[in-house]
Design a binder for this molecule. Structure first.
Ligand code: GDP
Ligand code: MG
Length: 259
């Protein structure tokens, strides 16, 4: 359990958020990652100038770097490029977080802590005791929690929050699940990474988090992405997609919740 912790921040039109989120995450990781940290911004050619701000931050902080991609290609491919780069450069831990303050950067310390205590993958979870969403209406709550429940039942998993995107992987976990072959997007991308980790026998721990709506900028998620996730879930389970290294253990033994 030693080595550098990398935070990957996917951005598309986050000019209003990127500077503050990088500074906030850097402050948390300076304490929480005693062996060093890096923040990797993966920007898909944002027309609002996010990439230029990211470059300025990389000039200012030695621990910031930027991957520029030419066109908007979705959050899945952005994370895959980020994971690849982080592992090539020696990351011991790789973390995912939205760049819009929906995830509280302070919680990075708890995710990293869970992995330091033995988890192979720590998930920020809205649907375990102590977790939640702060400003969603009833419909949005129902759709999100219903989506996680649907995926949990179809996939036979014990994980309560399958669609969240606030995670910390141990390097060995990412390598073993062959992340490079994940093709799904959006929510389905998050479901697939977690599904593969559970199937491979890794210890997945849910850490309660409170998710809040972004204050600045616009969401890029769409109904198309939610519908993709609905289709992909049964394909993951029954379509024989790789890798299927072992039978999943019973749901109650897969997951532990940290309070
Ligand atoms: N690089 C990249 N980042 C993206 C893309 N789509 C969304 N993001 C980022 O992914 C994170 C989550 O997206 P968001 O639109 O807030 O989704 P929501 O929270 O589900 O509404 C944010 O940091 C976005 O800037 C994309 O196509 N490319
Ligand atoms: Mg968001």
């Amino acid at each position: 359990m030693s080595g550098e912790a990398w935070l990957i921040l996917p951005t598309y039109n986050e000019a209003e958020n990127i500077e503050a989120i990088v500074r906030a995450a850097g402050a948390v990781l300076a304490d929480a990652a005693p062996e060093g940290h890096r923040v990797l911004i993966v920007d898909d050619g944002s027309p609002d100038g996010t990439g230029e701000i990211a470059e300025r931050l990389a000039g200012e902080y030695e621990w910031v770097e930027v991957l520029h991609r030419h066109e908007k290609n979705g959050i899945g491919p952005a994370y895959l490029a980020g994971f690849r780069h982080a592992l090539q450069h020696g990351a011991a831990y790789a973390m995912e977080m939205d760049s819009d303050f929906s995830h509280d950067p302070a919680d990075l310390a708890r995710l990293l802590g869970a992995v330091h205590e033995g988890a192979d993958l720590a998930l920020g979870s809205r649907y375990v005791p102590g977790g939640g969403v702060s400003d969603w209406g009833l419909l949005r709550r129902f759709v999100s929690e219903g989506g996680s429940t649907y995926a949990r039942i179809v996939l036979g998993l014990g994980v309560r929050d399958l669609t969240g995107g606030f995670k910390c992987f141990r390097r060995e976990t990412l390598e073993a699940i062959h992340f490079d072959s994940v093709r799904s997007q959006g929510y389905a991308f998050q479901v697939e990474l977690t599904y593969r980790a559970v199937r491979a026998g890794f210890r997945v721990v849910e850490v309660p988090i409170v998710f809040r709506d972004r204050q600045h900028g616009q969401s890029k998620m769409s109904w198309r992405i939610a519908v993709e996730a609905m289709w992909l879930v049964p394909r993951l389970r029954f379509g024989g997609q790789p890798p299927e290294p072992s039978e999943a253990p019973p749901a109650e033994r897969q997951v532990r919740t940290l309070q």
